[in-house]
Design a protein around this ligand. Sequence first.
Ligand code: OAD
Length: 233
Amino acid sequence: MSKLAILSGAGISAESGLKTFRDAGGLWEQYPVMEVASYEGWLKNPELVLEFYNQRRKQACQAVPNAGHRILAELEQWFQVTVITQNVDALHEKAGSSRVIHLHGELSKVRSSTHPSYIREIGDKEIHIGDCCPMGGQLRPHIVWFGESVPLFEEAIPYVEEADYFAIVGTSLNVYPAAGLLGYFPLNRPVFVIDPNEVPVPTSRKAVFIRKGAGEGAAVLKELLLKLEKLTP
Ligand code: OAD
């Protein structure tokens, strides 16, 4: 089976009703990013940060996967698929994808601000000031904030290096190191980019741009990949 690595971003969840960050009307227009998504912001106003992620968690839990998520999951019938996502929702898993690496953390988990190895599932529950781990540390969202390291980045690299195909779906490639994963994919292999807008992919790449939303775009990707592999749907 050929290997497919997918790097996804907020655009794939847009068709499930979750806002992207940098599009017009996106989250970073509504909220000051460094106030709600940085360690400095957390120290300055933890209530605001908890409230921001309580809202995100509630919305993400109510959202359902769209055709984009479903088609990427379906591709496991023909390919060894690894989804490397910047998204903190669980829509890839809900659609049936079996290997998902969450580079930027997961909304349904919390961790202790004093004992980082204390990580727990909370589902759709809210967290508030005073909610602590057994050792007494305040609980915080299990999210990678700006300025923090991305512990799962190293785990993602070999899946990209060894992939036969790489697909970039719904990400503006603004945020590193996630955007840098493309650099690990062999130059002579094809990259597919699904996004209704322009995405900065170096011209040295053999890129196929699918200028569509995630649902329609994933259907085109499936058709192209099956044709390349001489497989039938
Ligand atoms: P962005 O908001 O930067 O980019 C969203 C991308 O999705 C853009 O390229 C849009 O053109 C595209 N898009 C919009 N609608 C789409 C649709 N229906 N189908 C497909 N694509 C669509 O979001 P990300 O690149 O995911 O990190 O942002 C990366 C990181 O920046 C996030 O993980 C988050 C944010 O700050 C943290 O909070 C740490």
